[in-house]
Design a protein around this ligand. Structure first.
Ligand SMILES: [Zn+2]
Ligand SMILES: [Zn+2]
Length: 173
């Protein structure tokens, strides 16, 4: 994202203005969520000059491409994230963001952090998604699983053991 020149604001504490940003932010990706690089994040950011620096306020709009944590189907969902952050002029240990030495403000780190917090950890295509069958891998939403009883793993192990015994070459009968 392009840096915003805020020198005019810094000279007038209490003053504010709104800037429109609409740019893609690369690298916003987790295992099951992605903000595609061709989908810009848009926001009207209100920049307010305070003694400590510039307050940035606004709501970020964009689109997630998600993969369902249960059935792995890809789907999309729009997001709208509210944020308010201070970009400090002389950052102390508690300040997350700072103005650049040339007194410009780079909105990208603030936007990135706010969107990352909003990315779903375990997205679902719909709340009642049935997911994939653990045995045959069929999509149970599509009725791809014929429906089978799961064999108790202890019996399964015993079955293998019995097969081994009967098939053993030392076994003379
Ligand atoms: Zn699903
Ligand atoms: Zn199945």
């Amino acid at each position: 994202m392009r840096a915003i020149d805020v020198r005019d604001l810094l000279e007038n504490p209490g003053a504010s203005r709104t800037v429109r940003v609409q740019e893609p932010v690369p690298g916003l990706r987790t295992e099951l969520a992605d903000v595609p690089e061709d989908a810009p994040i848009a926001a009207d950011l209100t920049l307010e000059s305070v003694v400590e620096g510039i307050y940035v306020r606004g709501s970020l709009e964009g689109r997630f491409v998600l993969r369902c944590a249960r059935c792995l189907k890809a789907f999309e969902r729009d997001f709208d994230v509210e944020m308010t952050e201070l970009v400090a002029r002389e950052p102390g240990p508690d300040d997350d963001y700072a103005l650049a030495p040339d007194l410009t403000l780079d909105p990208e780190p603030i936007v990135r952090d706010a969107v990352v917090l909003e990315m779903p950890f375990s997205p679902l295509c719909r709340p009642e998604c049935l997911g994939l069958c653990a045995i045959c891998g069929g999509d149970r939403n599509l009725g791809e699983c014929p429906g089978h009883e799961r064999i108790d793993p202890r019996w399964e192990a015993l079955g293998v053991l019995l097969e081994d015994l009967s098939g053993s070459p030392d076994h003379d009968d």
